[in-house]
Ligand binder design. Structure first.
Ligand code: SF4
Length: 95
């Protein structure tokens, strides 16, 4: 097995070092995910920026969009929105 000497002078296997690195990386993702969600919630775009309208467009409407949050919110666009509205960030729900 391949052993390496770390700053403490201990001999550590490459496998152990990789596992520790992966744990640290996973922890960083868990710690930052809520912060990212919070940042996104605070940076919703205005109706004007999203080209939002209160009516459907070509059969697309907020209530069938992946960003829609009932009863009248959106992950992307400032509140309030209508379930029958539409904007340029529309993304169809699947399934
Ligand atoms: S169409 Fe636009 S405003 Fe409506 S839910 Fe989707 S992203 Fe939000």
């Amino acid at each position: 097995m391949c052993k390496q000497t770390v700053a403490s002078g201990k001999s550590v296997s490459r496998r152990t070092m990789l596992l520790k690195s992966a744990s640290i990386a996973a922890g960083a993702v868990v710690l930052t995910a809520p912060a990212v969600g919070s940042a996104l919630a605070q940076t919703k775009v205005s109706h004007e920026q999203a080209k939002y309208q209160d009516s459907p467009k070509n059969g697309q409407k907020c209530s069938t969009c992946i960003h829609f949050q009932p009863p009248s919110s959106c992950q992307m666009v400032a509140d309030p929105i209508s379930p029958d509205g539409w904007c340029q960030f529309y993304g169809a729900k699947t399934g």
